[in-house]
Design a protein around this ligand. Structure first.
Ligand code: ARG
Length: 898
């Protein structure tokens, strides 16, 4: 493959059982057993209840309860227990009873009022909130002992007790903290003199929550209130820092079934894994902690060797690494979820001798987890240096590992006095989550007062003197891989000898000037150009290759290259650019000759008469929707359009961040196959379309120099391969070929019908690096101008040698008519042209048989073509030719059943 540099671009259950209101009404109902309207706890809303209580109260005393009493009197009189001499006593009872009733009423009113007040107080003002803070403090007058690393040692318990009482004392002395403190647990110690890590739990009324937060955040006031001189304490503490944490996470911290403490051994690498790795998935609903330590003057380097967690979502499983032994956000280094390609750099450095790895998992999913390694290394003393000379290179500390947090570096660069200096950043990753690149308030690079941050492609900063000062700052949280840069001296009158100088200071090849491509990124190479014969002059003045006109891509930026191609108001524009009268759209006739006017004529699952360009469901019914296969929507009544859709997806969502290069990452093209012939090595490419079938080019199996390449026994297929030099790698699967079926119409002169299917002797196992590509339906439409990807180990230049690392190139589908003109009528309907007409990017010898894939809106990838032939490689106006999969789809189905 030939590639051109620069071409990439919650007490609401109304607590009635316990609430004063309910008790009141329950009492009332007991007073009169016939009182049935008393609401039962839990049923109604508070408004309803309050009303009933009030009504019940009135009725009880003014009505029903009096009625009860009357009944009691009736009972007394009827039985006549009392003799007549007691009549006076009986008379006296009258006024006493009134007093009693009045007192009862008053008492009841008082009780009602108090309960009402209490109800309001508890419900609205005083709902206690649980709050947990994670923090650490420094004990100045204490020596660190190794035993402090073991939380079950007597030494740990002794110091923990002291620290705990100190913390409790500090809290007690603070009116906004003391009354709400429930518990404090000391979790760990580390050197310095002794740093104690702890969590504190509080139960605070809602209305006091804010003042608690404020008091806890004010470390100054915390220590000041703890006046050591007055009390002459055993522990002298400073830097009492605490941050609020999610109570659900903090709470499970009491369970130490998944807590590990590891200390790095001098000169040794220590590894650790998620529970069960690699034989069983990590546990659900888990919270795991790995406390990593190193000797006092060391720092820690931690690398995740393999990492496969639940795919990233808001509530998905995740790992967080902290530059502390306390899981507090201001010291978080990274949050990881999902699956990372093995080449993605997952090495992190600590600023001190401690690190904490946490794993938080939800209730579902089965994923392998991680294997990590760490070791200690001497703490970095100075960062940055003075660099002198004509040129040189420098990087952020530990590049390409993630730079340590809390660090400042200064590079003073000086080139010979007669020259000027410029700095070119070849890699630049200084990204902090949530920080806009316009502010660069956290981590940044500063040159001449300008700050740079974020993820940037290659850029140059030039100075008009022979000196430059470059500062790098990383704050306490979130780190990235940093930068790799070089400084160069230049002659102020000729900054790019023999090359074109972009306004950005970058030097590009002179041939890239005015070629339609923005090679300088800022477009300075495409300004002040006079368009050539082969170029189209955009309205905005840019010059673009004529062949880019009417290709469905807005190349000019102002769409002027696509204007003259639009059809009149009463006509329809076909996918191939042709204009047909609007009345012919959806008339059942293929007026466009590519089916696009009949492509999307019905909605939902409506069936239409079957035509060449309609999608046929398994039931035999046809639907009129473009590209319905595996698009995530069930379009056929029998759902056959979404069957067999386990294809076209990469396992790794996160690729390594290789910029500028065109080397593929491991697992980036999991359907790519390398076909080897014994003694000759890699000959052709192929695509995996199922566990035992490959699709390749028929011309790969033509007899040559007396060798019968159509003999399957000659061939070996390598799957899951990226580097030809690593064919015995653990993830590579090797298969012998059972049969090779070339298209019977293959013409070895015209290369028409250049397709073959190969059956494997035994099926492959789908893994993260071995996956099939989706086969498009014969009606699938790949529009002209669409960006497609071609991959292979072919020659990297015409007449050159093959690549060791799988190469990739992004190219465009070219209009068939235009291409047929360029290639002097050599195209047949089984062929299609894909390339970059300015040259420089193309497939080449050795790429044959390999995949040309399209990324569909569903993000699945489909096989659009097979590398077939070309007039040389990467030449101007000579795009590569590919076998058109859709025209050969039925033949593939016939022979593979797929
Ligand atoms: N026929 C070549 C092979 O056998 C593929 C050439 C593709 N050439 C091109 N310029 N796209 O590997």
């Amino acid at each position: 493959m030939t590639l051109r540099e620069g071409a990439n671009h919650i007490l609401e259950e109304h607590q009635f059982q316990g609430s004063p209101s309910f008790q009141t009404s329950a009492l009332l109902s007991r007073c009169c057993s016939g009182y049935t309207e008393t609401p039962r706890g839990g049923g109604g809303d508070s408004f309803y209840l309050d009303k009933l209580v009030a009504a019940g109260a009135n009725r009880s005393f003014a009505g029903d309860c009096c009625h009860c009493m009357r009944d009691m009197n009736n009972l007394d009189e009827g039985v006549e227990f009392l003799p007549a001499m007691n009549s006076k006593k009986m008379e006296k009872r009258g006024p006493r009873r009134q007093v009693v009733v009045t007192v009862l009423i008053i008492v009841f009113l008082l009780v009602s009022l108090t309960t009402g007040l209490l109800f309001w107080h508890f419900k609205y003002r005083n709902t206690p909130v649980q709050k947990v803070f994670n923090g650490h403090l420094r004990v100045l007058n204490w020596e660190f002992l190794d035993a402090y690393e073991n939380s079950s040692s007597p030494e740990f318990s002794m110091l923990a007790k002291k620290v705990k009482s100190t913390v409790e004392e500090i809290y007690k002395n603070h009116a906004d903290i003391g009354p709400y403190h429930k518990e404090t647990v000391i979790t760990a110690f580390s050197e310095g003199s002794v740093i104690a890590y702890y969590w504190s739990e509080f139960l605070v009324p809602k209305y006091r929550e804010e003042s608690l937060d404020r008091a806890m955040a004010d470390k100054q006031s915390l220590v000041q209130r703890w006046n050591p001189r007055l009390r002459n304490p055993m522990l002298k503490v400073e830097s009492v820092i605490a941050f609020p944490v999610d109570p659900s996470i903090a709470h499970s911290a009491r369970d130490n079934s998944c807590m590990f403490s590891l200390h790095a051994k001098e000169g040794e690498v220590t590894s650790f894994t998620t529970p069960g790795f690699p034989n069983s998935p990590y546990p659900n609903n888990a919270l795991c902690y790995w406390a990593l330590r190193a000797d006092a003057s060391s720092s820690i380097s931690l690398t995740f060797k393999t990492l496969e967690l639940e795919p990233c979502r808001d509530d998905s499983d995740y790992i967080k690494v902290y530059d502390s032994l306390s899981p507090v956000e201001p010291h978080a280094l990274v949050r990881l979820c999902g699956n990372y390609a093995p080449s993605y750099n997952l090495t992190f450095l600590s600023s001190q001798n401690v690190m904490l790895v946490t794993l938080v998992t939800n209730k579902e999913g089965r994923f392998p987890g991680f294997k990590a390694e760490f070791f200690q290394l001497p703490k970095m003393k100075a960062c940055g240096e003075t660099l002198k000379g004509e040129s040189g290179t420098f990087t952020t500390p530990y590049y390409p590992a993630h730079y340590p947090p809390d660090m400042d570096c200064v590079w003073n660069i000086e080139v010979p006095s007669i020259k000027n200096v410029k700095v070119r950043f070849n890699m630049f990753f200084v990204l902090e989550p949530g920080i806009p690149v316009s502010s660069c308030t956290k981590d940044y690079v500063q040159i001449n007062g300008t700050r740079y941050c974020g993820e940037r492609s290659q850029f140059v900063v030039a100075s008009t003197t022979n000196k430059i000062e470059l500062r790098f700052h990383s704050d306490q949280s979130y780190t990235d891989t940093g930068f790799s840069a070089e400084f160069l001296s230049y002659d102020s009158s000729d900054p790019c000898p023999g090359k074109f100088t972009c306004n950005t200071g970058r030097c590009i090849d002179r041939s890239m000037r005015c070629d339609g491509w923005l090679d300088c990124v800022d477009g300075s190479d495409e300004r002040s150009c006079t368009c050539t014969e082969q170029q189209f002059k955009c309205q905005n003045g840019w010059c673009k290759p004529r062949f880019w006109v009417c290709d469905n891509v807005n190349d000019c930026g102002d769409n002027s290259d696509e204007l003259q191609c639009s059809c009149s108001a009463d006509s329809f524009k076909c996918n191939n650019g042709k204009c047909v009268p609007s009345t012919q759209k959806c008339d059942g006739k293929d007026d466009c000759e590519d089916g696009s006017d009949e492509g999307s004529c019905s909605t939902g699952q409506t069936t239409v008469p079957c035509k060449e360009y309609t999608y046929k469901c398994r039931s035999g019914h046809c639907i009129s929707k473009q590209n319905p296969e595996c698009d995530g929507e069930q379009d056929c009544e029998d759902h056959s359009d979404e069957d067999n859709c386990n294809c076209g997806l990469r396992s790794y969502v996160r690729k390594s961040r290789i910029v500028g290069g065109q080397n593929s990452d491991v697992g980036e093209w999991p359907w790519q196959v390398s076909l080897h012939v014994k003694g000759q090595g890699h000959i052709c490419g192929a695509s995996l379309v199922s566990a035992n079938w490959l699709v390749s080019a028929a011309h790969c199996f033509l007899p040559l120099q007396g060798i019968r390449y159509s003999d399957p026994s000659l061939w070996t297929a390598y799957l899951g391969l990226t580097d030809q030099g690593d064919r015995s790698g653990p993830n590579v699967q090797t298969r012998k070929i059972k049969s090779i079926i070339s298209h019977p119409f293959f013409n070895d002169y015209t290369y028409d019908y250049d397709i073959a299917v190969l059956e494997l002797q035994s099926p492959v196992t789908f893994t993260a690096v071995v996956q099939p590509i989706c086969l498009p339906d014969a009606t699938h439409n790949f529009p002209v101008g669409k960006d497609l990807w071609v991959t292979g180990w072919g020659a990297t230049a015409e007449g050159g040698t093959g690549a060791s690392i799988l190469q990739k190139a992004e190219i465009r589908l070219i209009n068939q008519t235009v291409c047929n003109q360029l290639l002097t009528d050599q195209l047949t309907p089984r062929m299609m042209c894909v390339g970059i007409l300015t040259g420089g990017v193309d497939a080449c010898q050795g790429d044959s048989g390999g995949p040309l894939v399209s990324v569909e809106p569903s993000s699945r990838m489909f096989l659009a073509g097979v590398v077939s032939w070309g007039d040389g490689c990467a030449q101007r106006n000579k795009p590569g030719v590919y076998s058109r999969l859709t025209s050969l789809r039925d033949w593939i189905q016939e022979h593979t059943g797929l």
